[in-house]
Design a protein around this ligand. Structure first.
Ligand code: UD1
Ligand code: UDP
Length: 374
């Protein structure tokens, strides 16, 4: 009888859950593995939204989130509590995804026990330790000792090779976010009600072009967020557009956005959407305004122009393809580029082309095969 490999997948936030559920599904269906799941619950409601739709039931829920948590207290608690789960489970591999505090702490806890780490979405680099902050350093830390690096693209692979990572451990797998998008599209095809909750807003804004928006980066807290809010206020003075903005639950984001944008007729500040509804928002949007990492991958895949409100990006593929543009957090620049896309058909058409550098929707099975043979 062959011994099944025990894989412990550790994650804590919404984007990690979205990008890991396809792999968790693949591992669960595969007799080569015994799959276990640990969530730090660094996020609570926003994480649970994904677990519910993807029907992932964690074996360990550390329930770590506290309101307005600081980086150091979250890191300390995650390191200690994930360590206890590792001592209990003693997995053959630990899988982490991306660049959050949970990823960094989970990987270090595994390293302290000499358990090999598989890093999904490895090799993303902006080259600036303060943008995004602290994510750029989190992923560099994990990249310095992971035993298996699943790079989404050749660009990411090359970044790891430049850091002298052993090429034999680096594999281009695509990004599992495309698997997640495909999965949710199929689910909604079978059960359209899963994404019908925006109908009232869609009717209210029927004669306007929709701008889908998200914003939450820590490095933008303060002036950056204020600039972003000012830009949206200015854009919303047009009567031919409406902004739909599911506001992240981070209190630093909500305070600014509620204060600046509540009450504007054509700005809908709404609660975070579950994944089928967010996919619907992408679908109905004329363009996206965002500082999110994941949205920079999803929007190009769907041919939606995306203006990235950040100074740098670790996802240059969308920019190179022409579907994404870095606009920074200067209010005038955000307003100028948004108006250009709204008023200049040729500029819009040049960006609105489906381009999919991030994968073919089969990344999860590739990663499972790597885990089976590594
Ligand atoms: C975290 C990640 C960031 C990722 C983002 C995805 C770190 C340091 N940051 O940022 O890389 O891009 O998640 O969204 O790992 N909150 C809730 N309910 C939730 C989620 C958050 O109330 O479901 C509130 C809490 O007050 C919490 C705060 O948001 O303390 C901040 O959460 P945290 O995970 O520390 O930071 P994010 O800004 O969400
Ligand atoms: N997303 C979602 N609901 C929302 C906003 C975003 O499901 O209301 C999804 C989005 O499709 C993407 C992911 O969350 O897959 C991005 O998460 P976030 O922007 O919080 O984090 P980042 O990607 O910047 O780390």
């Amino acid at each position: 009888m062959t011994v099944r490999r025990k894989i412990l997948t550790v994650f804590g936030t919404r984007p990690e859950a979205i990008k890991l559920f396809p792999l968790i599904h693949a591992l669960a269906d595969d007799t080569r593995f015994e799959s276990r799941v640990c969530i730090s619950a660094q996020h609570r409601e926003m994480l649970d939204q994904v677990l519910d739709i993807a029907e992932v039931v964690p074996d360990h829920d550390l329930d770590l989130m506290t309101p307005g948590q600081t980086l150091d207290s979250l890191t300390a608690r995650a390191l200690v509590e994930i360590g206890k789960v590792l001592d209990d489970e003693r997995p053959d591999w630990v899988v982490v995804q991306g660049d959050t505090t949970t990823v960094m702490a989970g990987a270090i806890a595994a390293y302290y026990r000499k358990i090999p780490v598989c890093h999904v979405e490895a090799g993303l680099r902006s080259g600036d330790i303060h943008h995004p902050w602290p994510e750029e350093v989190n992923r560099r830390i994990v990249g310095s000792f992971a035993a298996l690096h699943c790079a989404p693209t050749d660009t990411a692979r090359n970044a790891l090779l430049r850091e002298n990572v052993d090429p034999a451990t680096v594999h281009v797998t695509g990004n599992t976010v495309i698997d997640a998008l495909h999965w949710v599209a199929k689910r909604v095809e079978c059960v359209p009600e899963l994404a019908s909750g925006l109908a009232d807003l869609e009717a209210r804004f029927a004669n306007k072009r929709i701008i889908g928006m998200t914003s939450h980066r820590r490095e933008n807290f303060g002036d950056g967020m204020q600039n972003i809010a000012n830009a949206v206020k200015c854009i919303a003075s047009r009567n031919d557009i409406a902004v739909i903005f599911p506001v992240h639950l981070n209190p630093n984001v909500r305070a600014v956005m509620n204060e600046q944008l509540a009450g504007l007729d054509n700005v809908a500040l709404i609660e975070p959407l579950d994944y089928p509804h967010f996919a619907r928002l992408l679908d109905i949007s004329y363009l996206m305004l965002t500082d999110s990492g994941g949205v920079q991958e999803e929007a190009p895949a769907l041919g939606k122009p995306v203006l990235v409100m950040r100074e740098t990006t670790e996802r240059p593929e969308g920019v190179e393809a022409g579907t994404a543009m870095l606009v920074g957090t200067d209010a005038d620049a955000i307003v100028h580029e948004t108006n250009r896309l709204l008023d200049d058909e040729a500029a819009y058409a040049a960006m609105a082309r489906a381009h999919n550098p991030f994968g073919d929707g089969r990344s999860a099975t590739r990663i499972a095969d790597l885990l089976a043979s590594a």
